[in-house]
Design a protein around this ligand. Structure first.
Ligand SMILES: NC(=O)c1ccc[n+]([C@@H]2O[C@H](COP(=O)([O-])OP(=O)(O)OC[C@H]3O[C@@H](n4cnc5c(N)ncnc54)[C@H](OP(=O)(O)O)[C@@H]3O)[C@@H](O)[C@H]2O)c1
Length: 278
């Protein structure tokens, strides 16, 4: 590998907002490796051509972001079992024979971000409330169940989307109507926002925290801004909080292992470098 110029990419549409190039290029520099990670703006109807070009261009693989994660499922040659369960591909690995294999590492990023902040976190400590039922929620729910969660209360503005997700993930996931979201926090051990609310340019998540136990852990997977209004409100009332950036940072670890055979570290210096841009 020493002689090889290492290449990987992130494909999305648009792509300019992505912090992934900064993350991966930080690791190339840290490990003194010859390589680069490039952002590629790929329209959905060009995704197949773009993915199929990866082997000829000597790319080890790529990440996928909005709106390409579901579409890639039908393009790659193989979808690993976890990505099948989550229903989306976040990482494509180019095999030696040129075959493309799709993985989903977002759930791993979610779990290891929480564990970095709260090493003794237990998903089976009590009910978890998940707000939102999009792509991010799928990875979060998979991660919660993987870590032993026994009750996930799922609440989404569009109830049908939450119900479809609950049907897929089984009896541990229970749908709560959107209007009942404030009361759903009663007795919860954890709250996770997976909606886009609270993101820069969006209004804060409309959620009253009065019923949330003070012992509950609160995580927002939105990471621009670094601390969302939800996290500020939770922290100010005394809840432990976990910001969202680490989900992105940690999902890069298994990607590097698969692409380059290296297990990179999520360090304070890495986090600070990226947080400075948020
Ligand atoms: N930290 C990370 O690594 C990471 C990873 C993935 C995603 N994210 C972030 O998570 C957020 C969601 O991403 P996604 O991929 O899950 O998006 P998505 O699939 O488009 O889902 C968006 C979710 O937000 C909800 N929503 C949108 N507008 C809303 C409103 N006005 N009121 C209430 N709910 C609303 C949607 O509800 P409906 O179903 O009713 O439309 C849906 O549940 C984004 O900010 C993204 O950047 C972060």
């Amino acid at each position: 590998m020493a002689d090889r110029f290492l290449l990987a990419a992130v494909m999305g549409w648009p792509i300019s907002q992505s912090r992934s190039p900064m993350l991966h290029n930080f690791w190339f520099a840290q490990y003194g490796l010859r390589g680069t990670y490039v952002p590629l703006a790929i329209a959905p109807d060009r995704l197949e051509a773009a993915l199929r070009a990866l082997p000829a261009l000597n790319f080890s693989g790529c990440n996928l972001t909005i709106p390409l994660k579901q579409k890639a499922m039908a393009i790659v040659d193989e979808v690993d079992v976890t990505a099948q369960k989550i229903g989306a591909i976040s990482c494509v690995v180019v095999k030696e024979d040129g075959r493309l294999v799709g993985f989903n590492n977002d759930w791993y990023g979610f779990v290891h971000n929480v564990l970095e902040f709260v090493p003794d976190w237990r998903a089976d400590a009590g009910p978890a409330v998940v707000i939102g039922a999009g792509g991010g929620a799928r990875a979060v729910i998979y991660g919660l169940l993987e870590r032993g969660a026994r009750e996930v209360r799922l609440c989404n503005r569009t109830v049908e989307r939450a119900q479809a997700l609950a049907d897929e993930f089984g009896a541990a996931v229970r749908v709560v109507p959107w209007d009942d979201r404030h009361d759903a926090l009663d007795g919860a051990a954890m709250l996770v926002n997976t909606t886009s609310q609270g993101m820069v340019g969006q209004p804060p998540l409309d959620l009253l925290l009065d019923r949330l136990p003070i012992t509950a852990l609160v995580n927002d997977i939105v990471y621009i801004p670094r601390e969302t209004p939800l996290l500020v409100a939770a922290r100010e009332r005394g809840n432990r909080t976990v910001t969202g950036l680490g989900m992105l940072l940690h999902q890069g670890v298994p990607a590097w292992k698969a692409w380059f055979g290296i297990e990179p570290q999520v360090t304070a210096a890495l986090r600070a470098a990226i947080e400075a841009t948020l």
